[in-house]
Design a binder for this molecule. Structure first.
Ligand SMILES: Cc1ncc(COP(=O)(O)O)c(C=O)c1O
Length: 392
């Protein structure tokens, strides 16, 4: 069955890049618009936290908490994962000589935030180099363990990596880091809606994620889960009223994140519609959608691997619904060819997907994302185009 009509995506383009900003179903944007209309009908009644906003946010918080296995008192809202990562890093006590650890699969914006706070306090950022192609979980554990040091204060690690689409084994990574007394911030930008989550049992110190990616919520909204022992310490990136005006119905932690200045809450308020919609697509609900997207990603990866004559770069069990393949770099001619491929795919072949430099100079990666509105025929058409590129 084609789910494509539920999204307003341009039918002229094969959109294989859900991973970057997500795409929002029509029913969800309609719900968002209805909230915006309601807001403009009676702005103070709608937006003043103590009138009706706080209880509306708490309703959404309960729904999101149920989805990600969290206690609502640990779950704050942020605009996006970048903001969540910044809030944690900027709240972290760091001394000169301390270290923050990141990985080479990390998201550039978040690594930049780590660099910024480290430099500010004379700390340093250490990078764990995890290979790609990747043989399995052990390669991740070994790379992380090798770089954990006595001065490591925090490990920032992705749940699902942006450049390589790998689902990292975050539970054992967290256990390892905790054995060394190191806190863990999981950048789960792609987590909710792509992989099952239980934040209560995961035992991270912090987990931040986007609602606008794999939950198909309106742009923009995200979550920041914080373990209870860090509630006192963490502050949002923007300080507002709650810093000196406690609210009787919520902790300072929630009150500060719930109001960082006037904002448009409609993306958050429409999120339950997105969760309901996605959960309605398959008999097994959200889990059914995740499984279907994962199966589609494996099928797509197989088509691309066969076309490019490469081995699958990541074990199936370490994939979600984001797939990266390295492009063959046999000759300098193919290097030039790959550098302009993304633009050619868009302009000549009506595909939207990222092609970008790999970890080793001169190599290139191609990434596709599979959401309910995609189908394998789109990937087969892409394979045909790539075959022609290889032959030219
Ligand atoms: C792993 C990862 N972290 C963080 C982000 C940043 O997301 P946002 O720009 O919504 O904050 C992304 C976006 O693609 C991502 O893939």
């Amino acid at each position: 069955m084609s789910y494509r009509t539920h999204w307003q995506l341009d039918p002229q383009i094969d959109f294989l890049n859900h991973g970057s900003f997500g795409a929002t179903p029509r029913v969800v944007t309609a719900a968002q618009r209805a909230f915006q209309d309601e807001l403009e009908w009676d702005p103070i009644e709608f937006l003043a936290p103590e009138r009706s906003l706080n209880s509306k946010l708490d309703h959404v918080r309960q729904i999101v908490s149920d989805l990600v296995g969290a206690d609502p008192s640990d779950l704050a809202f942020v605009r996006n994962a970048t903001e969540g990562v910044n809030a944690v890093l900027r709240s972290l006590p760091l001394d000169a000589g301390d270290e923050i650890m990141v990985t080479n699969h990390g998201y550039n914006a978040c690594t930049n935030a780590a660099d910024y706070v480290a430099k500010r306090s004379g700390a340093t950022v250490r990078v764990a180099h995890i290979p790609f192609p990747l043989s399995g979980v052990d390669a991740v554990m070994d790379a992380v363990e090798r770089e954990l040091h006595g001065r490591t204060r925090l490990l920032l690690i992705d749940h699902v990596t942006s450049p390589t689409g790998v689902v990292f084994p975050i539970a054992p990574v967290i256990e390892l880091a905790h054995q060394r007394g190191v806190r863990v911030l999981v950048d789960g930008a792609h987590g909710p809606g792509m992989v099952p989550l239980n934040l209560n049992t995961l035992d991270a110190d912090y987990y931040t994620a986007n609602h606008h990616k794999w939950l198909c919520g309106p742009k923009v909204s995200g979550l920041l889960w914080v373990a209870p022992q860090w509630h006192e310490e963490i502050r949002p990136t923007v300080i507002s009223h709650a810093a000196n005006r406690p609210q009787s119905d919520r902790s300072r932690f929630l009150a500060e994140f719930d109001w960082t200045g006037t904002f448009d809450p409609s993306p958050l308020l429409a999120l339950p519609t997105a969760i309901d919609f996605l959960s309605s697509l398959f008999p097994a609900g959200m889990r059914g959608l995740m499984n279907a997207n994962h199966a589609a990603a494996i099928a797509a990866r197989n088509v691309l691997a066969e076309t490019l004559e490469i081995d699958p770069p990541v074990p199936d069990a370490m994939l979600g619904s984001l797939v990266t393949v390295p492009l063959p770099a046999a000759s300098s001619r193919s290097r030039d060819q790959w550098a302009s491929l993304q633009q050619r795919l868009r302009e000549h072949h009506r595909f939207e997907l990222p092609v970008f430099p790999g970890f080793v100079a001169g190599t290139w990666f191609l990434r596709i994302s599979l959401q309910a509105y995609n189908d394998i025929q789109q990937v087969e058409r892409l394979a045909e185009v790539l075959r022609a590129e290889l032959a030219s």
